[in-house]
Structure formats: structure tokens, C-alpha cells
Design a protein around this ligand. Sequence first.
Ligand code: HEM
Length: 260
Amino acid sequence: MSYETILIHAGLAEKSRKNRWPARLDLLQSGTGLFLALFMWLHMFFVASILLGKDVFWTVARFFEGYFIFGKAYPGLVSCVVGFVLLALALHALMAVRKFPISYRQWRAIRAHAKMMRHADSTLWIWQVYTGFLMFFLASAHLYQMFFWPQDIDPYLSSDRMWSAGLWPFYLALLLAVELHGGIGLYRLAVKWGWPNASREALKKVKWALTGFFLVLGLLTLAAYIKIGYEHRAADAVGGRYTPAWALEKEGHTHRGDGQ
Ligand code: HEM
């Protein structure tokens, strides 16, 4: 049987034309992944502003609501950004599921391969699948909260969410998942596209340093929210908002700066 006949019987006769779609989809996956990783770095710094005090976090939150531009807070602006991030996340997840092992057999094969060859990069990839899968649920739940209730981003309300609503284990799991996932993802991007042009060992060192830095920053931030939430509850003030003293004075003790 000729080679052409085999191709026809296998239904591959049309496949001789180059299909550029897999490459395009790969680019989309890398692009959305890079965007999300860079967004996460900024996000971690904004959220960590609570470490500098409630006033600083309040100012950051109001800034994104346009308070210092329009003189009034528009939480809907935050929802727009959340919507955009959600779109990037959905596209990224859609591209990623193409590569998920879809049967137990495939799963066993990749695990056996990684174990047998002691292939560190395959092991990292497996962790990326675990953490990515976890984030389908955790990141969606977080973004749902931020999309529908952006006005509740507030030093006290955020801390009440962590402590009184009992969400700190949720945030801890999300923090671990996103930092591991993002770190491995950026490392794999660098290896795949060859930038920066460094050895895998060097790239891995940078990757672990970044992951370590953002994990420590995230844990300190989480601890700060828990402490504020605990104290707010002890003061029997759960559900009350924070307003810096200067904003209270400026607004004649009436306007809370949250558009309400
Ligand atoms: C525009 C979209 C986003 C906004 C406005 C936002 C906002 C916030 C806010 C205000 C907090 C403090 C806790 C709270 O108020 O509930 C927080 C915490 C957190 N967010 Fe986001 N977030 C966004 C997207 C994401 C995404 C996409 C992820 C990960 C996939 C993420 C992961 C986290 C984590 C892990 C924490 C806890 C941080 C820590 O404890 O150190 N966020 N976010």
C-alpha cells in the first residue's frame, strides 16, 4: 500500500497543508498567561498596601474607583477591570484545557515519564496542571465577589471578609495556587520563547526567588488582614467601613468617599 493510500484511509490526506491554528492558539495562551502574571504582580503590591496602613489601602482602593479624578467614587470602574481580567482568564483556561491529560491512561503516562526520567520540568508542568485546575474554582469565586461588590473593597470590609466571614483559608489556597502557577508559567514561557536567553538553571533560580518573594509578601498581607479583621470583630464593629480622619474632616463628617 502506498504512502498516499495510507494517508487517505487515515483521513489525513488534507493535512499536508500547513495549519497555523495550533501556533496561534499557543501564542494566545502565552500572551494571556503573561498578561495575567504581570497583572498578579501589580495586584499583589496593591493588596499589600494594607501593610503600610489602612489609610494607604483606602487611598489605593478609592484611586481605582476614580475618586481622586471625579471627586466621587465609581466602583463600577473596578468591575470593568475585573471583567477584562475575567475574559483573559477564561481565554487562558480555554487554551490550557487543550493540553490537560484527558484520561487516566494519559495521566499515568506523564507521571511515569516524569518519575522515571526524573525530569524536573515535567514535574513542574504537572504542578501547573494541579494548580491551574484549582484556580478554575478559586479565581472565579474571587472575581465574582470583586465584580459584583467592588464597593466592598475597604480596609475593614476586606479584613472582615478574611476573618469574620472565615475566608482566610480560601485566600491562602488561592495565594499558594496562583504564586506556584504563575512562577512555573513564567519560567516555561522563558524556556519556550527563549527570552531572556539564560540557562534553565539560572531561570529556575530567578523563578524560585520571585515565587518566594511574592509568597512571603502575600502571607504577610494575609496576616495583616486577619489581624485587622480580628480587632474589628473584638470591637463589635463588623460590617462598618473605614474612612481616614482627613477624609472625614474634608467632607464635613458626612461623605464617606464611597459614593453612598
Ligand atoms: C481586577 C481583578 C481583581 C481585583 C479587583 C482583586 C482585588 C482583591 C482584593 C481587594 C483583595 C483583598 C481581599 C478582599 O478584599 O477580599 C484581593 C486578595 C487576593 N486576590 Fe485578588 N483581585 C483581582 C484579581 C485576582 C486574580 C485574577 C487572582 C488570582 C488568580 C487574585 C488573587 C488574590 C489573592 C491570592 C488574594 C489574597 C492576597 C493575600 O492575602 O496576600 N486576585 N484581591
